[in-house]
Design a protein around this ligand. Sequence first.
Ligand SMILES: Nc1ncnc2c1ncn2[C@@H]1O[C@H](COP(=O)(O)OP(=O)(O)OP(=O)(O)O)[C@@H](O)[C@H]1O
Length: 261
Amino acid sequence: MRNADAEIVIRVRGLVTRFGPQVVHDGLDLDVRRGEILGIVGGSGTGKSVLLREIVGLMRPAAGQIEMLGTDVQQATEAERAMLESRIGVMFQDGALFSSLTVRENVEVPMRAVPGLDPATRAALADLKISLAGLPYLAGDKYPSELSGGMRKRAGLARALARDPEIVFLDEPTAGLDPIGASAFDRLIHRLSRAMGLTVFLVTHDLDTLHAVCDRVAVLAERRVLVTGTMQEMLDVDHPWVHDYFHGPRARAALATAGKE
Ligand SMILES: Nc1ncnc2c1ncn2[C@@H]1O[C@H](COP(=O)(O)OP(=O)(O)OP(=O)(O)O)[C@@H](O)[C@H]1O
């Protein structure tokens, strides 16, 4: 379901974010549809990561409403919050893995909140997520410091998938990866989203990723979501930043690469 009638799983209205005198968002609106991969782009400091953190409930905006999976994130009771947390997964930019835990133990962390899951089942489920994220079986026993950057990203993804989420939030998943590693990660996200019906909220600067996996793109500029649409629709947007971003030399190279695949 990837059309305008699709169910809205995240609805943001009139969002205002301030840090002291700095206004990051001012009246930001955004809809995310079930099953889509939505790319969030914008210049540095436009508040992409902050928006992600506000939606998942890690930060409180100054004003506005955020509804996720039918629940008002800011008004949620503790029980509603716990229910929401069980239905989403988050992968932070640096992976945010616990260095003193093995990969398997890291993936098990979100599962600890599931009542009645015995340790052996938890470990087996963690191994399944590790393999879904494209890591070799033995990676489960390794510590984050023993992994390459790309493997750490996959471990972060495995942990985000730990509780079979309906929505995953990925903050710059391909940042710091070499181009081959990045495109392998793009394919993985696309495959997982389609196979599991996952909704993906994807913060990225990576034009190749946008072309390869995103159904729609939302551009943050002027303290709000300036425009949303397909990559094709972005090409016709008459705004200086949007034009430069989607028509610049890197954009042309990414478009040419996407056309060859
Ligand atoms: N906890 C905080 N306290 C004060 N200011 C903050 C805080 N978090 C973010 N900011 C500011 O909010 C603005 C938006 O930050 P954010 O990290 O969301 O940007 P971004 O669009 O993700 O940027 P980039 O593309 O560079 O990662 C920045 O100016 C940042 O300095």
